[in-house]
Structures are given as C-alpha cells and as structure tokens.
Design a protein around this ligand. Structure first.
Ligand code: HPA
Ligand code: ZN
Length: 316
C-alpha cells in the first residue's frame, strides 16, 4: 500500500516549515552557525520528541528553530521539504511560515522570507511543485504584535496567499485576532486558522464567523458539535487534518480512535497533512499509511482524501 499511496498525486495544506526541520539538518545548521545545542547528538534529540500535549511540542519546536539564522538556512530548510514533496508526489503545497518565531529573536523578516520564497520559486521551476505561502500569526502573542507582523509583510505582499493562526490554542481564541484578520482580508489575503485541535468547537465557529476563514486547520473537535458538523458538510469547508500530529500530541489516544474517516464518510471535506513531520514521525505518505494500518482506509477513501486536498487549494 505504501508505494501506491506514495504515488497518489496530492496536495499538502497544513505544514509548518519550521516543523520540517529534521534533526540532521538542525545539527548541521547549528554547526554552520556555531550554536551550542543542549543535546549531544541526533539520537538524543529524537529521544526528546515525546509529547503529552501541544505546548510540550511547541517548546521544543521554538527551541529547534533557533538554529535558523541566515537566508541560506531558510532556503535549505524549505528545499529539503520540497525534495520530500517530490519523493511523495505532493504536487502542490501551501506551507505556513511563523515570522514572529524569527523576528522576536532578532532575525529580520526579509532574511527568513527571502530564503523561503526563493526555494519555493526554485521548487516550481526545477521540481514542478506548485506552492503558496501562508503568513501565520502566533496566537499566544498579542493582536498588536500580529498587526506589526502584517505591517512587515505588506512590502512583500505578493509572496503570500493567506494569513493563518497557530501556536498555543486554548485561551487564545480566534476572536482575539478579529481586527488583524479583517485588515489582512482587506489587503487581499485569504484566511485560514488552526481551530479545534485542543480548543473547543466554539473556536471553529469563531474562525468561520469572525475571521472568515476558507479552511480550518485541524478542526477535529468539530465532531463533538452536530450543528457545526452540519455546517461544515453543507458549506464544504475543508479541514486540514494531521493524523500523526494528533496522536503524537495526544489529541487522540490512539490512531484507531481517529475520526477522520468517519468525517469523510459523512461528507466533510477532510484532507491528510503532516503538520510538523520532523517531529511527528512522518510526511504525508506516512500519514496516509497510518490511516490504512489503524483504520483500514481503502484505496477508494485514499483517492477521495487526495482529491479533497487538490480541491481545497487556495491557489492553482
Ligand atoms: N498547532 C498549533 N501550532 C503549531 C502547530 C500545531 O499543530 N504546529 C506548529 N505550530
Ligand atoms: Zn499546525
């Protein structure tokens, strides 16, 4: 099944570039930039990838991102991810980039963006992979900080297709970012937001009604709210679901309890994505494979999931 799933043409719509930083590259960049790491080797770092919740993961994710310093570092990070896409027949990707993770530690917005954008451009020209970058605000920081990040992005308006919202969900509802999303939409950005990963279904309603998002990232907790399920089905709002992430971060105790296939069968436009593949044990194909192994996903279901990902692209 793996080879068949790998060959299936698909799009990835939920991928944090900083979360694709493999331990080997992390160590190589630390050496290049003369940064001392708290782990002795790649093995020791991999051993630290055991999480009880989203926050435990985020703490390590922000620590890992500290090795990214130069434009070349951001290029190399993005290029390594695009090569994975090529190997897994991901023909289109819409990755997230968290500028504040870098600007808050003194890396210029332009340095990070230029490295990422030139790799995406080369990916289109040399690998034939379509792409569109999503500027994601860190929700544990203030709305004013998000507004300043949007200010920094406007001179590079064409580098982005959308704004997004990620980081620590509970206690930071979409409503906190209503004004910055309105301004971004007025500037022509599409909108997406993480909602209903650890946060309640009410956050999904807010993302739809207050932020006017075109997709919900994760959204798995919609399953608890029948009225919301009906709306997602009725309006065919895509959910970018990340199965391995959900089990690694204990959103579901075990993959055999994941509801993605139930949602698919009820007519929700669900898609399969890797979120932070370097931390969660696999890229898109491994996420599909896990659904086959634990939930008995059929080829027909895999085809529909892949088609949903192609249909839910913001750009073509
Ligand atoms: N959720 C919220 N924020 C994130 C995630 C996630 O799964 N990955 C990287 N930042
Ligand atoms: Zn995510």
């Amino acid at each position: 099944m793996y080879d068949w799933l790998n060959a299936l043409p698909k799009a990835e719509l939920h991928l944090h570039l900083e979360g694709s930083l493999e331990p080997e590259l992390l160590f190589a960049l630390a050496e290049r930039n003369k940064i001392a790491l708290p782990w002795n080797d790649v093995e020791a770092l991999r051993k630290a990838y055991a999480f009880n919740n989203l926050q435990e993961f985020l703490d390590l994710y922000y620590q890992g991102a500290d090795v990214l310093r130069t434009e070349q570092d951001f290029y190399d990070l993005t290029w390594a991810y695009l090569e994975k896409c090529k190997a897994q027949n991901v023909i289109h990707t819409e990755p997230f980039f968290d500028p504040q993770t870098h600007t808050d530690r003194g890396i210029a917005f332009e340095v990070a963006l230029t490295g990422i954008a030139s790799a995406l451009k080369d990916g289109r020209a040399r690998l034939g992979i379509g792409s569109g970058l999503i500027l994601s605000f860190l929700r544990h920081l203030s709305e004013d900080a998000a507004q300043r990040t949007l200010d920094q992005a406007l001179p590079f308006r064409d580098a982005f297709i959308a704004v997004g919202l990620d980081s620590s969900e509970v206690g930071h509802p979409p409503s906190k970012f209503q004004r910055v999303f309105a301004r971004a939409r007025a500037e022509g950005f599409a909108a997406v937001a993480h909602a209903g990963e650890e946060g309640p279904p009410a956050y999904i309603w807010e993302a739809l009604d207050l932020l006017q998002v075109s997709r919900i990232d994760h959204g798995v907790r919609a399953f608890e709210d029948e009225r919301l399920m009906a709306r997602l089905i009725d309006e065919q709002i895509p959910l970018t679901v990340c199965p391995l992430s959900n089990t690694k971060l204990c959103v579901f105790e075990d993959m055999n309890q994941h509801t993605i296939l139930d949602m698919l069968e009820r007519g929700v436009k669900v898609t399969v994505n890797s979120d932070d593949p370097a931390y969660f044990g696999g890229y898109v194909t491994e996420n599909f494979q896990a659904l086959h192994d634990s939930l008995g996903m059929t080829e027909e279901q895999a085809r529909r999931l892949a088609q949903n990902s192609l249909d839910a692209r913001l750009v073509r």
